[in-house]
Design a protein around this ligand. Structure first.
Ligand SMILES: [Zn+2]
Length: 246
């Protein structure tokens, strides 16, 4: 029973953070297990920041005026690693948006893990090679553009439902509505100018291969381009964030 319990914890930590399961298994040999886990995790975290670039991944900025992770949690969980090229795409687009709209901060969601190709970043089906990155939408509150804020505390799952549902009900499907999460969503409105500009800049970037946005949003934001794709009805909703891949 204990073996199953610890195995489950290690598995969940691995799925969430890639390296967290190693820290948990290491800590099992010690009496002050939680303390050892925290210290081991911190050591692995620090090691990843230093070692990942040798394997072709760099951390996205966790703090920054123009571009940063939506929450420090993405950095803490080591979900903010991408290839240097993906980082450059994000930085260039964010700087252009901030040049047009001073004071704008572009927020990043899941990137990828620091090591290994082919290990998906759950719950995403992809994000397994550092060449995929999710951007948060920009939002407004009663006073206008709300710098650094997102409707969802996570950046994900605050859906901009179109007037008509894009997809029929399918099974199996990752198109979750996350109804239980909706009470946590703040009353902020999508800021169409900055969001549309960001999508357009990403579409124009020669390094970018595809951008996923849902059809009702494509219409509302008046964006267009060959690289603009609908992810399909069995994949996760994309009316809460922008998915970009090289
Ligand atoms: Zn994505």
């Amino acid at each position: 029973m204990r073996v199953i319990g610890h195995g489950t914890v290690a598995l969940v930590l691995t799925l969430l953070t890639q390296l967290g399961g190693i820290a948990w298994l290491f800590a099992l040999g010690f009496r002050r297990r939680l303390l050892v886990f925290v210290v081991a995790y911190a050591a692995l975290w620090g090691g990843a920041q230093v070692a990942a670039p040798a394997f072709g991944r760099v951390p996205l900025p966790c703090g920054g005026e123009v571009l940063r992770a939506q929450s420090p949690v993405y950095c803490l969980l080591m979900r903010n690693f991408v290839t240097p090229e993906m980082l450059a795409v994000a930085r260039d687009a964010a700087e252009r948006v901030a040049a047009d709209h001073p004071g704008t901060v572009t927020l990043l969601l899941d990137g990828g893990f620091p090591f290994l190709d082919g290990m998906p970043l759950v719950p995403h089906l992809s994000h397994d090679d550092g060449e995929k990155l999710d951007f948060a939408f920009y939002y407004t509150d009663a006073r206008g553009y709300a710098a650094g804020k997102t409707a969802s505390p996570l950046g994900y799952f605050a859906f901009e439902r179109g007037k008509t549902e894009t997809c029929p009900a399918l099974w199996p499907s990752l198109r979750w509505d996350m109804a239980w999460f909706q009470p946590l969503v703040r009353d902020l409105q999508l800021e169409p100018e900055r969001t549309g500009l960001l999508i357009t800049l990403l579409l124009q970037d020669a390094r970018v291969g595809k951008v996923f946005v849902e059809p009702p949003l494509i219409d509302r934001l008046d964006v267009a381009g060959e690289k603009l794709r609908f992810q399909g009805c069995r994949a996760a909703r994309h009316d809460d964030h922008i998915h970009v891949q090289l």
